[in-house]
Design a protein around this ligand. Structure first.
Ligand code: HAM
Length: 426
């Protein structure tokens, strides 16, 4: 019987064995980040509400509609993080990481983020991101490096259908003029009240409207790509060249605008064609003005957030959850079955010895009889059962049973650990 409580609506949780997969793909990411010189951060889950208002932007859906905001006992307005970038930059500045070593500061973090969205498959109110940021450098090589880390990770997981959609959103030199041009175009269209209001606040978001009656009118909309200043165009061309050098395929997506206000220049999304409505499995870009927006010094940056939940759904969709590259390591390789009190005590010590030697080991608890304990051994997923009865103890041996093949051999107690290590290595 379950209890009378359930996790709150829209909260995504992972329990074993699915959570083992979650953990394994996160470990695979940690390895990619390490190889590229990114250090780990463990950050606050809630922040001063103004950090997101000023960082992410008050006109965004994320800030205006989706934040979990509450007042604490001291009357402070706090918000559960809806994303990581503003927090990462806040932490970098607060800890003076940008003054301590070479720039860019390269960091990554991961954990839950919270958005009060309408829950559906792939869209949750508590979801999980891997977030990586390179802060303090305006160099197209850094853009390409970060994109490559994400692409390598997807590849290491065995995903083959991930698409990279790439755009440039210009800079503070060229975007204002383009924004005005776009507003002029949009004001001439037949749009509902809410969309008309959006033209004045956040016109680029209108380009992203998925409704057919709006989309149909956008064919001739001016695009940022055609209105980039010389510096932004050269920068974007260089990023694309570098991606080509790295063998990373992309598609130009001149209508791609992201849901957060801080983006400048390089912006991109990773998309998975088998996921339906929630196909954005990751996204990122440059945010050269964000540091100043939150009261810091000029400090250009770029990074991405990858959705762990949607990545797992993509693995399912590609039938790749079992691919060898990141298969979750077994939780049990050897399972102890002890018959009688003396044997149980000896087994308890043996299991501890196996674990010290790096073998994942477990045993039957609760004084189970042979049949029940062997059932536990099968359920544990172990390759070997180690069976110990009173007679075995007298003979100084234990029976090592290959659970798949059914073969059983007597092995001297002193040699159990080395024998199992040897056999498990093959
Ligand atoms: P974002 O596109 O809002 O970007 O989120 C990144 C990824 O998080 C999405 O591509 C998606 O996979 C996942 N995601 C977002 N919302 C949900 C949800 N409700 N349920 C499940 N998954 C979701 C950012 O958050 C930026 N901070 C990324 C970034 C880092 N840009 C620069 N640095």
């Amino acid at each position: 019987m379950s209890s009378s409580f359930q996790a709150p609506k829209g909260v995504k949780e992972y329990v074993t064995p699915r959570a083992d997969l979650f953990y394994a793909i996160r470990e695979a990411f940690a390895e990619q980040a390490r190889l590229a010189g990114y250090g780990y951060l463990e950050l606050a889950v809630f922040e001063d509400t103004n950090l997101f208002k000023r960082g992410v932007g008050e006109s965004t859906d994320v800030v205006s509609k989706e934040m979990y905001t509450f007042e604490d006992q001291g009357g402070r307005s706090l918000t559960l993080r809806p994303e990581f970038t503003a927090s990462v930059l806040r932490a970098v500045l607060e800890n003076n990481l940008h003054k301590q070593g070479a720039l860019p500061v390269k960091v990554w973090t991961s954990g839950p983020a919270f958005r009060a969205e309408r829950p559906q498959q792939g869209r949750y109110r508590q979801f999980y991101q891997l977030d990586l940021e390179a802060i303090g450098s305006e160099d197209p090589q850094v853009d390409a490096e970060t994109i490559a880390i994400a692409a390598n990770w997807y590849r290491s997981l065995g995903l083959t259908r991930v698409r990279l959609l790439l755009n440039s959103l210009g800079c503070k030199e060229c975007r204002p003029a383009y924004r005005e041009l776009l507003q002029g175009f949009l004001r001439g269209l037949d749009l509902d009240e809410a969309t008309r209001a959006r033209i004045e606040i956040n016109p680029l978001r209108v380009l992203d409207d998925k409704r057919p009656q709006v989309k149909a009118q956008l064919d001739d909309a001016p695009l940022m790509a055609d209105h980039l200043c010389g510096a932004c165009k050269a920068y974007h061309d260089r990023v694309r060249e570098l991606l080509g050098d790295l063998g990373i395929a992309w598609e130009d997506a001149p209508r791609l605008v992201r849901g957060l206000d801080y983006y400048t220049r390089t912006t991109y999304e990773f998309d998975h064609p088998l996921l339906g409505a929630q196909s954005g499995i990751g996204g990122g870009g440059r945010y050269d003005g964000l540091s100043e927006d939150i009261g810091g010094p000029p400090l250009p940056g770029i990074g991405f957030g990858l959705g762990l939940d949607r990545t797992i759904l993509a693995l399912d969709a590609e039938n790749a959850s079992g691919s060898a590259g990141f298969a979750a390591r077994p939780r049990c390789e050897a399972f102890g079955v002890a018959l009688g009190e003396t044997a149980e005590r000896r087994m308890f010590a043996l299991v501890a010895e196996l674990r010290r030697a790096g073998v994942a080991a477990d045993m039957a608890f609760g004084g189970k009889k042979l049949k029940g304990a062997m059932k536990d051994a099968d359920r544990s997923g172990a390759r070997y059962a180690v069976i110990l009865g009173e007679r075995d103890i007298a003979d100084g041996v234990a029976q090592v049973k290959d659970l798949a093949a059914g073969e059983q051999t007597a092995v001297p107690l002193a040699d159990i650990t080395s024998t199992l290590k040897e056999r498990l290595a093959t």
